[in-house]
Structure formats: structure tokens, C-alpha cells
Ligand binder design. Structure first.
Ligand code: TPP
Length: 894
């Protein structure tokens, strides 16, 4: 062992004795060490090494580090007073030292008898609140938590009034559940029972939020206890909720509606320190999927608020223990926490750990010690709190929200409790957890435990009983005053947005002068800024296209669409993996100086001049959390253009829950329209099964009642008008846009300035060929149009028309009919696609076209396949050519 190794004081003492008796038994290094040591103590006689002060300091450290492991936080397990790793003998201390006074450093008691030091440490770290914080890397944060904890022993003095209001909330929480249980027998409500103290905890958080000047708290939570939170925290009128339980046929539902424990709500809660607007996000059954949505909603509010948005808007996510440990989106959302484009100044997490998930126990639900361990990836402090101790929860809440406001980081409160009954109101937990539930059956209610505490503290029984009678009466009264639920006032910013889809053309052209001016701004860099030479020539090319009025490519069209919007005052947000440059190098929205790496985003400059925002962010490598975030952002900002871009369209299936449960259905379920735009790179280019198809068929399957727009635009001008239409139309609905890859540089995929300064988005693009001369009409969408066009030119097939269905859903049937009308009755209709037969638009359009044309068009495309595309580029080219040959073959060649 070397001198630098971490050695115990006892070991050094032994070595010193050897040095005194037989110095040569020690290594040269240790001999020198002790010689130096003796020199250091100079002329003192018989030096005594006192390792005990250091041992005390080590002990203090260990309490801070692992005290939480011995904290008494589990209502179902008796607390042990023996803490093996914290015994004084572990540190070389003895019983006789308990009375000895020690000086400490960096501790609340500068000097005190050992027993007092231990007492403070036990009270602070091993009572009803286990504080896990030593993993925090920043000393300032650790010290803040440590000094607050040790000064208060993690117990604040709670006023008499606060104790009474805590008791009242516990009673309200308890009685609400038992009342529903009696009056609406067997109806699912996912009772909170066993975790009632979450109600005073949340109420305290909201009150503290007002005190700390927060103006908005956006809450995401699952089914468990949600109705209780809506009634007791949001103050949703009981009568309204009871009407929902009664499923009163006289009450109108907007859209298809949803079950009551998924619906959102919002309200203002006012306290002496001001009001807080509380929003509960609507969410699907999919546990934790709402997390990134809440973050996006908060960020949108923060971006639009005057002042320090992070200080004024806070996300509060409430989780179940099994879901928090199990769902991947939890980690994804945590990872958004500190990213420039996605941060929200810290999220407050409450994990309601009822020690079971449906019928699954922690041993089968996670490999971690705590259900909260995933949050340690953010170095977030974690408060593990006894669920039967509402005052400890209040203490944790105070520190947690103060920490969030001070450091703008995530923080977690774990409420360790139990689930009094089954997973839902029809479940029998004794089938699977008989012993645990025997324990729970004999466990007193939190209200009883707290009531006894208050009685011992001198509160009068009558006072507490009166409180109970009042709550009983309120519940009974509400039952007789059942009211149809009010349709929650939709966010004011959506008031002007229509829910009705229409094909009425939208004015999206811009004038020539503005176009020139925007192009100049987009292609000019600040003085002294030197982009890469290839970027300089790209900018020149873009400028030249506008000056000469021709050859505007996709990237140019996209930039001009965004520039025109921000110039008109509409904010634009674009987020996705590598979106700043663009996966396929076509965008270059942010430029970098080659010498300094300084950034310049021309669109941001244009936006600033117009008083709005342009933001483009490279996202983290996730689909689900980022799309969820951008969906949440878009729901809050109906007047902005919010775009999420997939790296390749295929990868969006990692976000399928967000697509199915939010984007496709939020309007139908929750009356929440949304104008999110998804860019999904799509096209068969021989890159293999995973980089070819963005799986349009899946989106089409989700379409009904004009809930989404599915578009495969084929020209830069169409893109320009489409993006502008998305925010210039009176109606908001998600736009699923299949975007090109090879077409980004295709010489034919270009537009003219006239295309941008006139016209509008065309749902269907007709052909120029005279209809009368055509024997066949090819209907197609997207990139294959250009392959077909080239094949037609090469083969001089002037009797085959090519009609592009740019917007596949909603299908503009009238326009298509009008375009097809001039063709001969005998003309042959073909649907040509490059996708496999069980994909693309075919399955959806087949029926539509049959109805419209009167007969089913012929299918020309790849065969049905289990994989989206072949792996070999050579095979791909053969297949593609076969499709093109077939598309123009005369009947006898077929
Ligand atoms: C993604 C997902 N998988 C499965 C389910 C079905 N499910 C609903 S609640 C639940 C248990 C959740 O346990 P926990 O997170 O501990 O919350 P608790 O219900 O105990 O409050 C399960 C498996 C679901 N709703 N969502």
C-alpha cells in the first residue's frame, strides 16, 4: 500500500507502532512518511495520533451519502433502528466517545458531543425523509441542500392552520374516494387510496408555486388519483364530475370524447401571494407518454411569456413507480431537461410509489434499488418520503420547488405508500399479493394516523370531527346538484381557429419584390463572416435562382417559405435530428464561420426584425420524446408553424404512440386540434429496407373526419405554398408531409419565381398533355413522378398522362373529378407507386379511386412484401425499371 492510498486511521496507527519498534519492517516510502511526521510534531514528546475527529467527519459524510437507505419511509415495513453501515464502530468510534465533544467542519454544529452530532444526523437523514443528493456534482447545489436539510433536520415548523388544512385535505382525498365507491359501485376511477397524502403535497406545491411567483404549472399525470387531483387540487366542481360518472345521456360530448380519467382541465388557483394557472394535460392510457407533451407545452408558454419564462412556468409530472422505472420515454424526457431547444427550467417530478404496478411487484418491475433511480442520470436530488407523514411531504415539497426555482434543474419527490385496493375498482389484489394485502388491510388510514398526531399535539376532537361532517355534507350536496360538465373553455389563443376543414384555396403567393428581398437576406452573411466555400457557392446559387427567376430547388423553396412567414410575423420552430444542416445537406439553416465556428442563422435575423421567432434545433437522438415535445409546443401555439423532422421517415415509428394517441386523435378525444407539421423523408432510392419508406399507409389508416393532411408534395413551389397554407388557413390540423431525398438535387424538381408569386397549393397536379390523345392516365404521388416523366420523354409516350395526387388525404375528389373529366371514357387508369403493394397510398386510394372513376385502376408497383424494400441497390434498380416499363407498356407488351 502506498502513502497516497486511501487508508484508515487505525491502519496508520498500527504502521506507526511498527515504525517505532522495527522501522525496517516498513517500506522506504512509509519510513520517510513517519520520519516527516515526527519532524512535523517537532519536539513534542510521545505523540498520540487522534484519528477520532477525522472519523467523526467520515461519519457525517456517510450519513449524507447513504442515510436515505436507512430512512424510515415505508409504511408497510417496520423501521429498523439499527443502521449497520452507520454504527459508530464502523468509524472506529466507541461508546465512550458519545459524550466527547468534537469539532466538525462544514456541519451545522461546529462542535458538539458525538451523541448530539449523531442525533442531528439521524433526525435529518434517517427519519421520514430520505434525501438522496450526494450524487450531485455541483458543490453549490449539494451545499444548498445539505445546509437546508441539516438546519431544519428536514422538519419545518408547521403552523396550526397549516396542520388543520393538511388534515382537511387528507380527509377530502379519503372521503372523495369512499363516496365514489359507495355511490358509483364498480365504476373505474383508479382510486388514490393509500396515497392520500399526495393531495396535501400537491396543494402545498401549488401554494409554494404562487409564493415563488410562478404563473403557470402544467401537470401531466396518469389515471391513478387523477379524479381526486382534479377535484381537490383543480377544484373541478364535484357536480360536474358526478354527471360524468352518471354518464348522463343529456350531457353533450365534443367529438368522440374520452374516459373521465384521461381528460384535461385547467383553472386558476389564487393565494395571498398571487394566482397560478394550473393546466392538466389530457393524456392517453399509455403511461408516461404525456411527459414530453407537457414539456413542450411549458416551453411554448415560456417562449411567449415576457420576462424569465423558466421562472414563471413549471412542468409538474406525476408518475407511478412501475411506469417511471419501466417506460423508455421517461429517460428520453429527462434527457431533454438541459437541451437548448427543449429545456424548461427543471421539471418537478412526483413519483407515487405504491409498491405495485397492476399485479407486478418491484422485484419484477425494475433492476434498480429505487423506482426513481433513472432520474439520477440528471444528477437530480431525490426526496424519498414516508407516505403516511404528510408533514415530511410538505417539507420535501418546499425544498424541491425552491431547488427548482433556484437551480433550474429537475427534482424528484418519491411518495412511498401503498395501494389500498386492487389496480382498479374491479380487481382483487388478494389473488396475487395475499400477504401484502393482509398487511394493508390492517394498516390504518393516513387520516387516522395524522388525526392521532394532531390530537396528541392538542387539537380538539370536536374540531376535527366537525371538519369531517362538513366534507361529508359537501359530497352529498354535490350529488343532488349534478350538472352537465361545462366544456372547458379552450385556450384563448385557439378561439379564432376553426375546426372545419375546407378545400377553399388559401392565398399563399408573395409579391416579387418581397421575394427578392427575402432571398437577399437569406443569402447574405454579416461582415467578416466566412462560411465554408461550398456553402458560399450554395448561397450564390440560391440567390441566382431568384434573380434569374428559375431553378429554385427544394432547399431554396423551403427557406423562402419560412422566411416569408417570419417576415410576416409568424414564428417558426423546426426541430429534429441534424435539422440545422439537414440530414441530406439541403438546408444549411445555420451557417458556421470556418475560422471561429461562430453561428449565423439568417432566418432568425429576419424573424427578429419582424418581432417574432425563428428557431431551428438539432434534437437529441429520440423520436418519441422530441415529437411529443413538438406536438405539445404546437398545441400551445396555433399561430406558429411548428415542424418536427424525422431523420429518415421510417424512424418516426419510434414515436408511434405520439402519432396514434395524440396527433391523429387529440381533436376527436379531447377537442384539442393541433397544427404540427411532420417532415418525413421518403423515397425508394436503393438504400435498403430502412431508408426507403416513411410508411405512408400507417398515417392513412389513421385518417378519418379530416383529422390530418397527408401530403407528398413534388415541387419546391408546392412545398412553399403548403407550408404557408398550414398557418394561413383558418383551420389547424396536423400536416404529415413526405419529403424528398434525391429530389433535393434533381434537375427537374425545381420551380420558378412565378410559381411562388402566384397561385396556391394544388391538391392535385394535372398533366399538360391533351387529354384526348391519351390512352392511359397514370395516377401517382411523389418522387416516382420524375422517373415516369423521364421515361415518358425517352420513350416518347405522348399518349400517357401523368396526374399527381399531391394531397392524398383529405382527397380533393371534386378537383380530381374535374381533372379526369376530359379524358376519354375508354382511357385506362393506373395507379403507379414505387412502394411495395401493401404500403404507400394504394390500399387507401384503391377504394376512393374506384368510387370516383367507376372502376378500379390497375396497380403498377412493387409486390407485397414483409420488408419495405430490397437490400441490394442493383435489385432496386431492376425493380424500379420494371415499374416504369410497365407504366408505359402498350397492351400487347404487357
Ligand atoms: C404503456 C402502458 N403499458 C401498460 C399499461 C397498462 N397499465 C395500466 S396501469 C399499469 C400499472 C402501472 O403501475 P404504476 O406505474 O406503479 O402505477 P399505479 O397504477 O400503481 O399507480 C399498467 C401496467 C399502460 N396503461 N400503459
Amino acid at each position: 500500500m502506498s502513502v497516497n492510498d486511501n487508508v484508515s486511521p487505525e491502519w496508520i496507527e498500527t504502521q506507526y507502532q511498527i515504525f517505532k519498534n522495527n522501522p525496517n519492517d516498513l517500506s522506504q516510502e512509509w519510513q520517510s512518511f513517519f520520519q516527516g511526521f515526527e519532524l512535523g510534531i517537532d519536539n513534542q514528546e510521545s505523540p498520540v495520533l487522534d484519528h477520532k475527529p477525522a472519523a467523526v467527519q467520515t461519519m457525517i459524510h456517510r450519513y449524507r451519502d447513504i442515510g436515505h437507505l436507512y430512512a424510515c419511509v415505508d409504511p408497510l415495513t417496520p423501521c429498523s433502528l439499527d443502521h449497520p453501515q452507520l454504527r459508530i464502530s464502523e468509524f472506529g468510534l466507541e461508546e465512550k466517545d458519545l459524550e466527547r465533544t468534537f469539532a466538525t467542519s462544514n456541519f451545522i454544529l461546529p462542535e458538539a458531543p458525538l451523541k448530539e452530532i449523531i442525533d442531528v444526523l439521524e433526525q435529518t437523514y434517517c427519519h421520514s425523509l430520505g434525501l438522496e443528493f450526494m450524487h450531485l456534482p455541483l458543490l453549490e447545489e449539494r451545499k444548498w441542500l445539505q445546509s437546508k436539510a441539516e438546519a431544519s433536520r428536514l422538519r419545518t415548523d408547521i403552523s396550526r392552520d397549516k396542520k388543520l388544512s393538511t388534515m382537511k385535505m387528507l380527509l377530502q382525498a379519503t372521503k372523495f374516494e369512499s363516496f365514489l365507491h359507495r355511490k358509483f359501485v364498480g365504476q373505474k376511477r383508479f382510486s388514490l387510496e393509500g396515497a392520500e397524502s399526495a393531495i396535501p403535497l400537491l396543494d402545498h406545491l401549488v401554494e409554494k408555486a404562487a409564493e415563488l411567483s410562478l404563473k403557470h404549472v402544467v401537470i401531466g399525470m396518469s389515471h391513478r388519483g387523477r379524479l381526486n387531483v382534479l377535484v381537490n387540487i383543480f377544484k373541478k366542481p364535484l357536480g360536474n364530475l358526478f354527471a360524468e360518472f352518471a354518464d348522463n345521456a343529456g350531457c353533450k360530448v365534443v367529438g368522440e370524447g374520452d374516459v373521465k380519467y384521461h381528460k384535461g382541465y385547467s383553472t386558476d388557483r389564487c393565494f395571498t401571494d398571487g394566482c397560478v394557472h394550473l393546466s392538466m394535460a389530457s393524456n392517453p392510457s399509455h403511461l408516461e407518454a404525456v411527459n414530453p407533451v407537457v414539456e413542450g407545452k411549458c416551453r411554448a408558454r415560456q417562449d411567449r411569456i415576457e420576462g424569465d419564462g423558466e421562472q414563471l412556468v413549471m412542468p409538474l409530472l406525476i408518475h407511478g413507480d412501475a411506469a417511471f422505472a419501466g417506460q423508455g420515454v421517461v429517460a428520453e424526457t429527462l434527457n431533454l431537461s438541459q437541451l437548448a431547444g427543449y429545456r424548461t427550467g427543471g421539471t418537478l417530478h412526483v413519483v407515487i410509489n405504491n409498491q405495485i404496478g397492476f399485479t407486478t411487484l418491484p422485484v419484477d418491475a425494475r433492476s434498480t434499488c429505487y423506482s426513481t433511480d433513472i432520474a439520477k442520470m440528471l444528477m437530480a436530488p431525490i426526496f424519498h418520503v414516508h407516505g403516511d407523514d404528510p408533514e415530511a411531504l410538505i417539507q420535501a415539497a418546499t425544498m424541491a420547488i425552491e431547488f427548482r426555482q433556484k437551480f433550474h434543474k429537475d427534482v424528484v419527490i418519491e411518495v412511498i405508500c401503498y395501494r389500498r385496493y386492487g389496480h382498479n375498482e374491479g380487481d382483487e389484489p388478494f389473488f396475487t399479493q395475499p400477504l401484502m394485502y393482509e398487511k394493508i388491510r390492517n394498516h390504518p388510514l393516513t387520516t387516522e394516523i395524522y388525526k392521532n398526531q394532531l390530537l396528541l399535539e392538542g387539537f380538539s376532537e370536536q374540531e376535527l370531527d366537525a371538519m369531517e361532517s362538513e366534507i361529508d355534507q359537501t359530497l352529498e350536496d354535490a350529488l343532488t346538484h349534478e350538472v352537465c360538465p361545462l366544456h372547458e373553455e379552450f385556450m384563448k389563443q385557439w378561439a379564432h381557429v376553426s375546426r372545419e376543414f375546407s378545400f377553399e384555396p388559401v392565398e399563399t403567393a408573395i409579391d416579387q419584390e418581397t421575394l427578392q428581398q427575402l432571398s437577399a437576406s437569406l443569402t447574405t452573411v454579416p461582415e467578416g463572416f466566412t462560411p465554408h466555400r461550398k456553402i458560399t457557392s450554395l448561397l450564390k446559387k440560391r440567390r441566382k435562382a431568384i434573380v434569374e427567376g428559375d431553378k429554385i430547388d427544394w432547399g431554396n423553396g423551403e427557406a423562402l417559405a419560412m422566411a416569408s412567414l417570419v417576415h410576416e410575423g409568424t414564428s417558426v420552430r423546426l426541430s429534429g435530428q441534424d435539422s440545422r444542416r439537414g440530414t441530406f445537406n439541403h438546408r444549411h439553416a445555420t451557417l458556421y464561420d470556418i475560422a471561429t465556428a461562430k453561428e449565423y442563422t439568417p432566418l432568425t435575423d429576419i424573424a427578429k426584425q419582424a418581432g417574432c421567432r425563428f428557431d431551428v434545433f438539432n434534437s437529441m437522438l429520440s423520436e418519441m420524446a422530441v415529437l411529443g415535445f413538438d406536438y405539445g409546443y404546437a398545441v400551445e401555439t396555433p399561430d406558429d408553424l411548428t415542424i418536427w423532422e424525422a431523420q429518415f421517415g421510417d424512424f418516426a415509428n419510434g414515436a408511434q404512440v405520439i402519432i396514434d394517441q395524440f396527433i391523429a386523435s387529440s381533436q376527436a378525444k379531447w377537442d384539442r386540434p393541433c397544427g404540427i407539421t411532420m417532415f418525413l423523408p421518403h423515397g425508394y432510392e436503393g438504400q435498403g429496407p430502412e431508408h426507403s419508406s416513411a410508411r405512408m399507409e400507417r398515417y392513412l389508416q389513421l385518417c378519418a373526419n379530416n383529422n390530418m393532411q397527408i401530403v407528398n408534395a413534388s415541387t419546391p413551389a408546392q412545398l412553399f405554398h403548403l407550408l404557408r397554407r398550414q398557418v394561413r388557413t383558418h383551420h389547424r390540423c396536423p400536416l404529415i408531409l413526405f419529403t424528398p431525398k434525391a429530389l433535393l438535387r434533381h434537375p427537374l424538381c425545381v420551380s420558378t419565381t412565378a410559381d411562388l408569386t402566384s397561385g396556391h397549393f394544388q391538391e392535385i397536379l394535372a398533366d399538360d398533355l391533351s387529354p384526348k390523345q391519351c390512352r392511359r392516365v397514370i395516377l401517382c404521388a411523389g418522387k416516382i413522378y420524375y422517373d415516369l416523366l423521364q421515361q415518358r420523354q425517352q420513350g416518347q409516350h405522348s399518349d400517357v398522362a401523368i396526374v399527381r395526387i399531391e394531397q392524398i388525404y383529405p382527397l380533393h375528389r371534386d378537383l380530381l373529378k374535374k381533372i379526369l373529366k376530359p379524358y376519354k371514357k375508354t382511357v385506362e387508369y393506373c395507379w403507379v407507386q414505387e412502394e411495395i403493394a401493401n404500403a404507400g397510398a394504394w390500399d387507401y386510394l384503391r377504394q376512393q379511386l374506384r368510387d370516383l372513376i367507376g372502376r378500379e385502376p390497375r396497380y403498377i408497383g412493387r409486390k407485397r412484401s414483409a420488408s419495405t424494400a430490397v437490400g441490394s441497390n442493383r435489385l432496386h434498380r431492376i425493380e424500379q425499371q420494371q415499374i416504369l416499363d410497365k407504366a408505359f407498356a402498350t397492351p400487347d407488351e404487357d
